[in-house]
Design a protein around this ligand. Structure first.
Ligand SMILES: *[C@@H]1O[C@H](CO)[C@@H](O)[C@H](O)[C@H]1NC(C)=O
Ligand SMILES: *[C@@H]1O[C@H](CO)[C@@H](O)[C@H](O)[C@H]1NC(C)=O
Ligand SMILES: *[C@@H]1O[C@H](CO)[C@@H](O)[C@H](O)[C@H]1NC(C)=O
Ligand SMILES: *[C@@H]1O[C@H](CO)[C@@H](O)[C@H](O)[C@H]1NC(C)=O
Ligand SMILES: *[C@@H]1O[C@H](CO)[C@@H](O)[C@H](O)[C@H]1NC(C)=O
Ligand SMILES: *[C@@H]1O[C@H](CO)[C@@H](O)[C@H](O)[C@H]1NC(C)=O
Ligand SMILES: CC(=O)N[C@H]1CO[C@H](CO)[C@@H](O)[C@@H]1O
Length: 410
């Protein structure tokens, strides 16, 4: 299909489907009228655009004392930040590879990574073998649904490399944002579970959980908050020796249940949270200044000063969801936003991102906006996975292998 026709078909399908409030009242079945219908829909869209077209408003900083935002003045609140783009991934709906269509390899927002690190590169006793088969759907039991990143234990080395796991967002244009992951950390000692934003080795925002450091006896559950920076590079990538390293203690056992871990990357400032509680705040020259992407990683290399391990048994990091609200460094995405955001004061044009606080519990709290039926075509479109599931597509051929026949009704 020619790109233009594809666009109109997509637009037609998506408008009719995603925006039921504006469904045309009469049904045109005559293809000759397709173009004029599409054009009239086009004008309809620009007049009555979907919800959240001006973006997603998130709290930042200390959530306990923040004011309720005023609907009419979203972007002017000092304790809120507005973001134009989103990626929301509900990993509880995944099925294991080979058992259906909703697999992680079919997900359009995430890419499993394969690469090998020698023990010298890994700076450990062992190297690390990042392999795609170590990233898959976890069990189907209610309690452990999600995406599982496995570190192979029990002495299973491949050429002195520990088999480990990493998955990255496909989008690389996250230029400021609030990034949230619901995770359950392994209780097997000897791994490092990491949730991070990454541009390069000196522009990186990290939350790292070392399972060997958890101590149930004294209820000690540290998490390492790190900005990898030029300063860290100068100390041999040992951020612990820099001022941009905080060892924070969680008020719960992260191996018992899912909790939301969160990074806010703002101009000149970074906040780290667990269940909405600020664990650390950093500013200064070590704060990154580039666009980057998100990484989930679970690894071990036997370095006794960091990951320890390898673990005695296979160790799994389970991730229930990732929700990312961010601005884009890409000119096209900024133009999209400018084009669709006609009136930031209009009702529903800015959507508030709910905070996850301790009293929300650790259950689901899944996709808020990707379930919306009213998001605009240049915000998101959906690909139907075969059994009624939907994958998010971004309308940018660079990020997707676009297949309009997959855009279906709900
Ligand atoms: C994100 O972009 C929007 C639109 O340009 C802007 O209003 C907002 O302030 C930006 N957010 C941040 C945190 O820079
Ligand atoms: C990593 O090393 C293993 C063992 O040699 C090899 O089978 C695998 O293909 C390598 N992976 C990559 C991405 O090169
Ligand atoms: C990371 O990127 C910044 C900005 O482009 C650059 O100054 C720095 O040298 C890079 N760091 C590495 C390790 O390449
Ligand atoms: C808990 O005990 C471990 C050693 O078992 C120790 O390293 C850690 O500092 C203790 N934590 C607290 C908060 O006392
Ligand atoms: C958590 O609870 C608060 C009410 O206390 C609510 O406003 C918020 O939307 C909840 N968060 C989620 C993600 O449901
Ligand atoms: C989103 O849609 C899925 C599938 O229809 C449903 O299971 C899930 O509960 C919905 N989530 C919310 C927050 O409504
Ligand atoms: C459970 C279920 O409905 N599975 C179906 C998913 O889609 C494939 C392909 O269309 C069917 O073969 C399965 O039966």
């Amino acid at each position: 299909m020619a790109p233009l026709a594809m666009f109109f078909t997509l637009l037609l399908a998506t408008t009719t489907i995603l925006n039921p409030r504006h469904r045309p009242s009469h049904n045109h079945n005559n293809n000759n009228h397709l173009l004029s219908l599409t054009l009239s829909l086009l004008s309809l869209i620009t007049l009555t655009l979907a919800d959240c077209e001006c973006g997603y408003l998130s709290t930042t900083g200390d959530l306990v004392s923040h004011q309720q935002p005023n609907d009419n003045l979203p972007s002017h609140q000092p304790h809120h930040a507005l973001f134009t783009d989103l990626v929301e991934s509900d990993f509880t709906r995944l099925v294991p590879e080979g058992e259906g269509d909703r697999t992680i390899s079919a997900n359009t927002d995430w890419v499993r990574q394969a690469f090998n690190l020698s023990h010298e590169r890994a700076r450990g006793q062992h190297g690390e073998m990042f392999a795609v088969e170590n990233v898959d759907a976890a069990g189907q039991g209610e309690d452990d649904k999600g995406l599982k990143l496995i570190v192979r234990g029990g002495g299973e080395l491949v050429e002195n490399m520990v088999p480990v796991a990493e998955i990255d967002t496909k989008r690389l244009d996250m230029y400021f944002g609030t990034f949230r992951a619901s995770m359950k950390i392994t209780g097997e000692r000897g791994t490092c579970a990491a949730f991070f934003w990454y541009f390069n080795d000196t522009q990186e925002i990290d939350m790292e959980f070392l399972s060997k450091d958890f101590d149930k006896a004294n209820k000690s559950y540290p998490v390492n908050l790190v900005l990898q920076s030029r300063e860290a590079a100068l100390s041999g990538y040992n951020a612990a020796k820099t001022s941009n390293f905080v060892k924070a203690y969680l008020p719960f056992d992260p191996t018992e249940d899912f909790h939301e871990y969160r990074i806010d990357y703002l101009p000149g400032r970074v906040f780290f949270y667990a269940d909405g509680m600020v664990l650390g705040k950093m500013d200064g020259p070590a704060v990154p200044s580039s666009a980057g992407h998100l990484i989930l990683q679970h690894w071990s290399n036997g370095n006794r000063l960091w990951s320890g391990g390898p673990p005695e048994r296979d160790a799994g990091l389970v991730v229930r969801y990732v929700k990312a609200y961010f601005n884009s460094s890409r000119e096209e995405r900024r133009r999209d936003w400018e084009g669709r955001c006609k009136d930031p004061k209009a009702r529903g044009s800015v959507c508030l991102v709910p905070d996850v606080l301790p009293h929300n519990g650790t259950a689901g709290l899944l996709n808020i906006y990707t379930n919306s039926t009213t998001l605009g075509v240049d915000q998101l479109v959906f690909e139907e996975g075969l059994n009624g599931s939907y994958y998010q597509y971004i309308t940018d051929p660079l990020f997707t292998n676009f297949q309009p026949s997959h855009i279906l009704s709900r």
